[in-house]
Design a protein around this ligand. Structure first.
Ligand SMILES: [Zn+2]
Length: 260
């Protein structure tokens, strides 16, 4: 089973799935590992109260989680955990929120932008380091929930085509998620985690070693850039070589994205 923080992210993502929105969950922890903020994506839904974005294109889990933090001060000992590789907006938001680390579980070969974090003089003063994807059940579920959403709602979407080319092993797991009964979120969440104990996408081919990502396995796991900042581990973007980002296929996984 995933660790408790990863499980929290995945359960939030599952709540999003059951609510009919893009299933992504996010959690911020402090230096002690205590959860100080948590939320899910609400692009297609309503806000649970003030201080949350909902029903708009930027109502992402990461934004709704970071919005709960105080405005002042850097947080080099805080980590933003996300069930899925963040988009360009959200990886930028993590940097601007002055967090020390962003850890994502599942790769997103379509909109994931962990390698495209751009440094500015301001961001150079801030400490963000990006780690992900996570191998094993947590990473597989984070990615598969996202793919399942598209299979359920937009099976002809470009996102599905990209996943089919880059992460084909994920489709069976995603289809099984679609088949779970989402009318009973608590009960079916248990079914969600049961899937990972038996599914080959989570065991025989843990995420990070899926087809098209063989070069990501092993040697770069846990790599950190010498400056200790923004090292991408097990970086999934190399999977996109030839997908409109020629540089992505040329750069070794694990190299600092901020240089690009
Ligand atoms: Zn985002």
């Amino acid at each position: 089973m995933p660790d408790p923080i990863a499980t929290r992210c995945l359960r939030l993502a599952w709540e999003g799935w059951c609510a009919g929105t893009l299933p992504v969950g996010a959690v911020v922890t402090d230096a002690a590992g205590t959860v100080v903020a948590a939320e899910r994506g609400r692009m297609f839904g309503s806000a649970p109260g003030p201080g949350r974005l909902a029903g708009c294109a930027i109502a992402h889990a990461e934004i709704n989680t970071l919005a709960q933090l105080p405005v002042a001060g850097q947080r080099p000992d805080h980590t933003l955990h996300v069930s899925l590789e963040p988009c360009l907006m959200c990886v930028g938001a993590a940097g601007m929120a002055a967090l020390g680390r962003l850890r994502f579980l599942g790769a997103d070969p379509y909109a994931g932008a962990s390698r495209h974090y751009r440094r500015t003089p301001h961001l150079d003063e801030l400490p963000l380091r990006v780690d992900g994807p996570v191998r094993g059940p947590a990473g597989a579920l984070g990615s598969a929930l996202h793919l399942a959403y598209y299979l359920r709602t937009q099976p002809d979407a470009p996102a599905v085509a990209v996943h089919r080319r880059v992460m084909p092993e994920l489709f069976d797991l995603a289809r099984r998620i679609v088949a779970l009964d989402a009318r009973q979120p608590d009960a079916s969440a248990a079914g969600l985690f049961d899937l990972v104990t038996e599914h080959p996408a989570c065991t025989e081919h843990p995420v990070g070693q899926l087809a098209g990502a063989e070069h990501l396995a092993g040697q770069h796991a846990g790599t950190e850039h010498p400056d200790g900042r923004h090292a991408v581990t097990g970086d999934p973007a190399g999977r996109l070589g030839g997908a409109g980002d020629p540089a992505a296929g040329e750069q070794p996984a694990g190299e600092e994205a901020g240089r690009r």
